[in-house]
Design a protein around this ligand. Structure first.
Ligand code: ISE
Length: 339
């Protein structure tokens, strides 16, 4: 095994820079060898966070010179397919931030390319699977300690969104996490999605409907509802309540110190997903690095990326029609049947 996995991080925006800092400071067995961004100045600036890393505008240069053993993709979703196929051609392990690609058809092309290769190299960045409480809830479902799960209630609240955050993005960019989360927690595929648009907040941007209520059903009939509210003002919150035959489980409650001071009591709300999921991101990256050094992945696969892309497509169609839309998946290739 190599002493350190040399990682090229593609995309030097918020998530890319966060991963560079994480790999440089907290991940064992890996180092950032290159930061790639069309804006080469920005790439160079972010590369300064990681000793020895170069900043360049083109991934080709890095791959041709064999400067990386693995790749993290943190560019906007519409750029993922091309980069994924390019990295697969070089046979390198890759951690691709969600979404795998923006639609089911392109995600399926990625799945097919990986199947032709015959081994799993793509892990998708669904970090909630690495959150301690998500894992505990999944375990409670798997062991049937509280009987069968019947209902899942999710709250997904962001403080604010930029003006270009469209109504479709509430599903594609935000609820994509609950689609994967439900699949992860229950071990089942999602079969239908419906979206209800009620009274919007005055804080919504023009053309953006916020909040939305997304109703979801799994193959065995578990019913889930997601409140997605992306201009909730107060800060960030991702929480869930699972209703079982023999009990109720809540996760994602505010944690941290409970302070009494100046005539008030309480704690702090996390401002964004970066802080809320810092530990999950760390574990996700460490798990991916450990697996990549063995030439494999250990987390959500390209199939999971494809299945959630199909749910998002159904979700956007449901937003537009107001109807319940069925999620139809292609047959799961043998490569993914162990997960
Ligand atoms: C963002 O892209 C994320 O991935 C966050 O986890 C999610 O809470 C947010 O709504 C998305 O915009």
């Amino acid at each position: 095994m190599k002493s350190k996995l040399r990682v090229a991080v593609v995309g030097a925006g918020l998530m890319g820079a966060d991963h560079v800092e994480r790999i440089a400071n907290r991940i064992v067995g890996a180092e950032v060898s290159a930061v790639v961004d069309v804006d080469s100045e920005r790439a160079k600036q972010v590369a300064q966070k990681a000793p020895g890393a170069i900043g360049v505008a083109d991934l080709d240069q890095v791959l041709a010179k064999e400067l990386a053993d693995a790749v993290v993709i943190a560019t906007p979703g519409f750029l993922h397919e091309q980069t994924l196929l390019q990295v697969l051609e070089h046979g390198l392990p890759v951690l691709c931030e969600k979404p795998l690609t923006p639609d089911a058809q392109s995600s399926w092309r990625v799945v097919e390319a990986e199947c032709r290769l015959g081994r799993k190299l793509i892990q998708v960045g669904f970090m909630r699977r690495f959150d301690a409480e998500y894992r505990q809830l999944r375990n409670l479902i798997a062991t049937k300690e509280l009987g069968d799960p019947l209902l899942l209630h999710f709250s997904h609240r962001n403080g604010t969104t930029p003006p270009n955050f469209t109504s479709q993005m509430l599903v594609n960019d935000s609820v994509v996490h609950e689609f994967d989360g439900i699949r992860f927690l229950t071990g089942e595929e999602i079969v239908s999605v419906q979206v209800r648009l009620g009274r919007p907040t005055r804080h919504a941007h023009p053309g953006q409907h916020d909040p939305q209520q997304v109703l979801i059903e799994t193959a065995s009939g578990v019913l889930a509802d997601v409140e997605i509210f992306v201009n909730a003002q107060f800060g960030y919150q991702v929480a869930a309540q699972a209703v079982f035959e023999d009990g109720i489980v809540n996760i994602g409650n505010d944690g941290g110190p409970y302070v009494r001071s100046a005539g008030r009591w309480g704690g702090k709300v996390t401002p964004s997903f970066v802080e809320r999921f810092r530990a999950a991101f760390d574990l996700e990256l460490q798990t991916w690095v450990d697996a990549a050094r063995r030439g494999t992945i250990d987390g959500p696969s390209a199939w999971d990326g494809y299945a959630t892309a199909a749910c998002c497509e159904a979700g956007v169609a449901a937003q537009q029609s107001g109807e319940m839309v069925r999620v139809v998946l292609k047959e799961k290739p043998a490569l993914y049947c162990d997960s």
